[in-house]
Design a protein around this ligand. Structure first.
Ligand SMILES: Nc1ncnc2c1ncn2[C@@H]1O[C@H](COP(=O)(O)OP(=O)(O)OP(=O)(O)O)[C@@H](O)[C@H]1O
Length: 458
């Protein structure tokens, strides 16, 4: 339904309006009117159709080309010439659509205080010659170019092919029932266009699954962008997505992966939700340790994420539920087999940090024995210790201090990993003060990891 014609139809202008509203309302040309503070005061149904936005939702929007402006606000921003009270025209990229931008030629006609068009005068506006605002007429230039038809440089195409080969559903396959279910769910998510919510424990492979969904979907020729909502300041995320020339202005954006959107302030969550429920924007995939429903219930997430942005919920199993997959993962990762005794140790571990931890352990083991199968003695000391295997060694190797030190080192590394290198959180997990954690890092020779930026609290 289009916006009803504004009141005062056909009547002469009064001091706050102008007489052409009824005329504009029926025009097939997209027309909009900005107040002198560049706020949107009126737009006709042809504009609503072109912009894909209802006037009621956009009224009051400040149309400027500032860093945080939306692509629509930037496209409608009056030029410096128009701001100086003279008619002007500008070519603007249309707000992003799935099929590439045609351009918008926007003609600005300044309006005098009585609502009549100002005379085109060569100099700046005179005092007393009050400006009411601007009327803008939009002409669409060019045919939209389907993204698939656009040329990409060969190097980009080659990189894309390599990524698509790597991030195929095969990457998730294994011997377990859990991985078979994961592969089936991932293929399904790739076939539909709905937003996806991926749930899984820390390090279980949520982002990897998101990449597989992207590279298997119809959006694979476009970009995949991953944003860690807890690791970036919200204003950076806003400017990355919505700033001038930001990602939302690019029609090459295919999938946006948001890691833990519940770490964002609610107003930012709402803005993202509004953006990604628009039909023209890229596909949203979120990854979290909690379901959208649970996060909404505890107030960590705005309801739109549950109602509109988690249409497809995909569960990534923890590694302890897919231990049968370990040999296959090792072969894929290192092209190495695992000796049965080493496998018994690996299968006996609970893997609190899931695949991330396994990948670290396998790389470490591969560094110990450079060729042949991975043996039990290649595995990290602490893992063997936990499996009770160190006790089988000769008594002279039972150096209590060395063992305790190794266990402490491993536990601190695990806490840091779980806290995403956030030292205060890691200290809390370990039940010590941060200063003590620093002292132990120093004493054990663990390099102090770079601290991620703190998420802003509401
Ligand atoms: N199927 C897989 N095979 C081999 N390695 C994998 C697989 N899935 C994930 N990984 C590796 O495990 C690590 C963690 O994966 P990923 O970042 O996808 O997990 P996540 O659940 O998104 O992590 P977080 O909880 O920190 O958001 C990465 O190094 C990734 O390359």
């Amino acid at each position: 339904m289009s916006t009803p014609p504004p009141s005062g139809r056909g009547r002469p202008a009064d001091s706050s309006g102008f007489a052409w509203r009824a005329f504009f309302h029926q025009s097939a040309t997209p027309i909009f009117v900005l107040g002198k503070s560049r706020r949107l005061r009126y737009a006709n149904p042809a504009w609503e159709k072109l912009a894909g936005v209802k006037l009621a939702e956009a009224l009051g929007m400040v149309c400027s080309q500032r860093r945080h402006s939306t692509p629509l606000a930037s496209a409608l921003a009056p030029t410096p010439e128009a701001l100086a009270g003279r008619p002007d025209r500008a070519r603007r990229p249309a707000p992003p659509g799935r099929n590439g931008p045609p351009w918008w030629d926007v003609t600005f006609a300044p309006l005098a205080g009585d609502g009549s068009p100002r005379e085109a005068a060569p100099g700046p506006a005179k005092a007393g010659d009050a400006l009411f605002g601007f009327v803008g007429f939009i002409a669409v230039v060019g045919e939209p170019v389907p993204a698939a038809a656009r040329k990409v440089p060969p190097s980009v195409a080659a990189l894309r092919d390599r990524r698509a080969t790597h991030f195929s559903p095969d990457l998730l396959a294994g011997e377990s029932l859990a991985s078979a279910r994961l592969v089936a769910q991932t293929r399904l998510a790739a076939q539909i266009a709905a937003p996806v919510w991926i749930v899984g424990e820390v390090g279980s492979g949520k982002e990897t699954v998101a990449r597989v969904v992207h590279h298997t979907s119809a959006l694979r020729d476009r970009a995949f962008v991953a944003i860690d909502c807890a690791g970036l300041q919200p204003y950076l995320i806003e400017s990355l997505l919505f700033g001038h020339g930001g990602l939302s202005a690019s029609d090459r954006l295919g999938t946006v992966y948001l890691k833990e959107p519940r770490a964002l302030p609610r107003d930012m969550q709402q803005r993202l939700a509004d953006h990604f429920t628009e039909p023209t924007s890229a596909r949203l995939v979120c990854g979290s340790e909690r379901t959208a429903q649970a996060a909404v219930a505890t107030g960590e997430l705005v309801p739109a994420f549950q109602t509109s942005l988690s249409a497809f919920e995909l569960h990534v199993p923890p590694l302890r539920e897919r231990l049968e997959d370990i040999p296959r993962i090792a072969t894929r990762l290192l092209n190495r087999t695992i000796d049965p005794a080493a496998l018994a140790v690996l299968r006996g571990h609970t893997w609190p940090s899931n695949l991330r931890e396994l990948v670290d352990v396998l790389h470490e083991a591969a560094g110990e024995g450079r060729t042949g199968p991975i043996l039990r003695e290649h595995l990290p000391h602490e893992l063997r210790l936990k499996a009770g295997l160190m006790r089988a060694g000769p008594p002279k190797s039972l150096n209590l201090d060395a063992i305790l030190e190794a266990v402490e080192k491993r536990i601190i590394q695990l806490a840091l990993r779980k806290a995403n290198n956030h030292q205060t959180e890691a200290a809390e997990l370990l039940g010590v003060f941060r200063a003590k954690l620093w002292r132990r890092l120093d004493a054990l020779g663990i390099p102090i990891p770079p601290q991620p930026p703190k998420p802003r609290k509401e």
